[in-house]
Design a protein around this ligand. Sequence first.
Ligand SMILES: C[S@@+](CC[C@H](N)C(=O)[O-])C[C@H]1O[C@@H](n2cnc3c(N)ncnc32)[C@H](O)[C@@H]1O
Length: 386
Amino acid sequence: MFPSDSPELALLSGSSYFELQTTTHGGRSLFATTDIAPGTRIYSCEAPSVHIIYRDYRKEVCAHCFAYSASDHAPSTVGSSRTWSVKWSRADAATAWFCSNSCKDSWELDEASALLMVVDTLLTKGQARTRKRFKSPEEELKVKFMLPSFEPDDRSITQKVIDAAWESGEALVASGAHLTLYYSTLHIEDMELEIARSLAAAIVHRYCDEHLSPSDSTSQTTCNRSESWPQLLNLQTNELCNIQTRPYMLNAYLRIYVFLSNTLPKYLRKYTSTVREVLARDTGNAFGIWDGDRRDEMMGWGIWVSASYFNHSCMPNVQKRRVGRELHFEASRRIHAGEELCVSYIDTDLPADQRRRELEESWFFTCRCLRCEKETTAGMCVRVAS
Ligand SMILES: C[S@@+](CC[C@H](N)C(=O)[O-])C[C@H]1O[C@@H](n2cnc3c(N)ncnc32)[C@H](O)[C@@H]1O
């Protein structure tokens, strides 16, 4: 059971349909405290604490409600360009697009919004400053050994190795001349820039949360970040299994850390520990922001902190639906008091071995849901019998 002042309980205390429990098979999970009729909205999570819309979609996805202008349901006001026409722009900042003036107004109420656009432009300019060529093979070699590097099939990754790699990153950031050379020859790639943008968004939100006056903190301006930083930190971390599965990601993470540490304005640099903290939690806790129900295109992703407490089942009883910025969770069948409330993270029509592989490779866990347990047991019986 969770103490009454635990961050998890504070976060989920609004629901009369469930309680948080610790399971033997899959960490913390939500359990029904009452019988629930099909179609009942069990929970809504207001807005992501961290999110990113990929650059390629910026003109087509409303910066506030994530409506997609090129979807089948787009209103006729969207012209042949298939982009939204309501804009927010400023000389030293990236432009934001909206599906309506009311979305623009709501977005502007959050004081982090304009700052994010300024930081976005700094990052784009920063990327251009990382494109210097090496003066000589010796210089290239020198830069190569400034940070540790991991190969795709590296089997040596332990928590100690990861900690040491991050310490090297911090030392490089503190190093002056080495940093200047490393940074200018980084050649930050577009996907790394996207990750850097999402981490910069988390940093800006932390900064704004700390610098909002107490009177503001109860106003509408903070409603988009009702789930605060300590609650995000309380999410399960997947750092070790993520890096053990994809060691090369650590190379990218360190490069992004150095890039942000040297690109962000000085007043944001004190928050660069956010980079590792978010990267340890986004894998396994983030939800994709998709274009619609058909899930053809992922336009970005976000962490809706309280929504991350729903475990997975290959026979789910809860359906997740995004409505604008909100995530809604509804009973997909009759649920009895005491049942675990689960959504599905993957396509549950896949055969057992494919589901298992996808959950292990992309979500880093072996599924212990009732269906998988049954199918595994049945498989074992068949193997014994044959
Ligand atoms: C989004 S989090 C869900 C909340 C998590 N249980 C916690 O304590 O923070 C996903 C993680 O929960 C666990 N999990 C979720 N569904 C599971 C399942 N069906 N079988 C085993 N573990 C599961 C895995 O550790 C997975 O990485």
